[in-house]
Design a protein around this ligand. Structure first.
Ligand code: UD1
Ligand code: CA
Length: 460
């Protein structure tokens, strides 16, 4: 039987080094607050419960974790150090048996497989504490792992308290541990804050356990990118780069072409089918993209579902929308939330669509605004078409039934309906409903005065 630990995520710290009003764990790594990556990891691991210790900006952090309904929160009133953070979960955890996996809200790149190894070692070796370490070329800022002459871990020294020779130790503490719950709280009751920072260090519990002859093991992670702790904006950018590479590699292995992969940013949740081509500068998150679609340079696709063979042309923005097979959008088009396009629809350059549906084969090829509208099958909306959907107080609906042809520079003063197969002449302002199969035209009568141009200019 494998270990099913309780999971505790430390996320109460202020993150001083971020120099931010936002709690550190809410800074985004690939379009998601970094704590979501830790919660995704916790959810993917076997666990008996998941708790998050919150404090600084606690309400904000809780609010941001709404998508994880099974998570419980523990308040740490004052941020007095990592040992104190764990202690704030004592009321809950001391009633539980078995082990607790302690994760850090600011270490978002760990892989499930690596943590599974930690849990397996912990169980196999009957350890009381197993901790993750890694070797760094520049270990500055991390706690250093202290090992005795037989290579056994006997403690962790924080950067602030380390001697010059200790600072040279390349092996660092990742801040990730598996503890036997009873032994953990026993050791924590003995941790003091007699150190340079006046904090209660969770790392001191290790030394206490070793002194009490409890089994402590270090599990070395070869890939030090995984254990990157985010304390400042430089590490934040590094983390995003590491994750970007990981996600992009995954998609390329699945048959997606990324042209200029270094400048393509895809979140960890999007699904992209094979033979999709994505050009440089695109950002894609919380989306699904069907096979053989193409997303041209500098486009953004968020919270949307695209069918197969869809073409998003350069510089377009797609938000909370649905796009059917073989539909083309852009260049420089904007689908705002609630846009639902059928198959073989064409939304051309500089067209904005909001909360509107287009049935199969409908077109708005140039410079238009379509808001709160239902556009029927094979409708053609000419250049400069506008739905006047807002009267300053309320939004109103425009319905354009199947097969309607709307000439260029026409406006619909909503609420209004154009019956199926009707024809709107160019330059028409439609103010009243139009029955099916009708022609509608509203224009001032043209006056032409022969030879008058020169005379007119002279007067001016
Ligand atoms: C900690 C470790 C260090 C390790 C590093 C790895 C300690 C004393 N040091 O240092 O050995 O190399 O992580 O990344 O544990 N937190 C609370 N309440 C508090 C203080 C912190 O919840 O009172 C949370 C923070 O929000 C953060 C985590 O604990 O998510 C780690 O705290 P942080 O201050 O970043 O510790 P480091 O200095 O990075
Ligand atoms: Ca940290």
């Amino acid at each position: 039987m494998s270990l099913t630990p309780h999971i505790l995520i430390l996320a109460a710290g202020k993150g001083k080094r971020m120099k931010s009003d936002l709690p550190k764990v809410l800074h985004e790594v690939l379009f998601q607050p970094m704590i979501h990556h830790v919660l995704d990891l916790a959810s993917a691991l076997p666990h008996s419960s998941v708790s998050v210790v919150v404090g600084h900006g606690g309400e904000e952090v809780k609010g941001a974790c709404g998508g994880y309904p099974l998570v419980q929160f523990v308040d740490q009133k004052e941020q007095r150090g990592t040992a104190d953070a764990v202690k704030s979960a004592e009321t809950f955890l001391s009633k539980q048996s078995g082990s607790v996996l302690v994760l850090s809200g600011d270490v978002p790149l760990l892989r499930k497989e690596s943590i599974q190894k930690l849990l397996d070692s912990h169980e196999k070796q009957n350890a009381v504490c197993s901790l993750v370490s890694t070797r760094l070329q520049n270990p500055k800022g991390y706690g250093r792992i202290l090992r005795d002459s037989s290579e056994a871990v006997y403690g962790i020294r924080e950067e602030a308290d380390a001697s010059e020779s200790e600072k040279k130790i390349p092996e660092v503490n990742a801040g990730i541990y598996c503890f036997e719950i009873k032994e953990l709280f026993n050791a924590l009751s003995k941790v003091s804050n007699q150190n340079r920072q006046g904090e209660f260090y969770l790392t001191d519990a290790i030394e206490i356990l070793v002194r009490e002859k409890k089994k402590v093991i270090g599990v070395l992670f070869e890939d030090s990118e995984e254990t990157l702790g985010i304390n400042d904006r430089i590490a934040l950018a590094q983390a995003e780069k590491v994750l970007q590479k990981r996600v992009n590699q995954f998609h390329m292995e699945n048959g997606v072409t990324l042209q200029g992969s270094d400048d393509i940013w895809i979140d960890t949740h999007s699904e992209i089918a094979s033979d999709v081509v994505i050009e440089s500068g695109c950002r894609i998150f919380k989306s699904k993209i069907g096979g053989a679609s193409r997303i041209e340079a500098q486009s953004r696709v968020q919270e949307s579902v695209l069918g197969s063979r869809v073409k998003i042309k350069q510089g377009s923005v797609i938000e909370e929308s649905k796009i059917g097979h073989e539909t083309t959008v852009g260049p420089y088009a904007h689908l705002r939330p609630g846009s639902i396009l059928g198959s073989q629809v064409k939304i051309g350059n500089f067209v904005e669509v909001k909360k509107s549906s287009f049935k199969d084969g409908a077109k708005a090829s140039h410079l238009s605004y379509i808001g709160d509208a239902e556009i029927g099958k094979d409708v053609n909306l000419g250049c400069g078409f506008i739905t006047c959907n807002y009267d300053g107080v309320k939004k109103h609906k425009t319905v354009i039934e199947d097969g309607v042809f709307v000439g260029s520079d026409s406006q619909m003063i909503a609420p209004v309906t154009l019956g199926a197969g009707s024809y709107v002449a160019s330059g028409t302002t439609v103010t009243r409903d139009v029955p099916p199969e009708s022609l509608v035209i509203s224009r001032g009568k043209q006056v032409t005065k022969l030879g008058y141009a020169k005379k007119f200019l002279k007067k001016k």
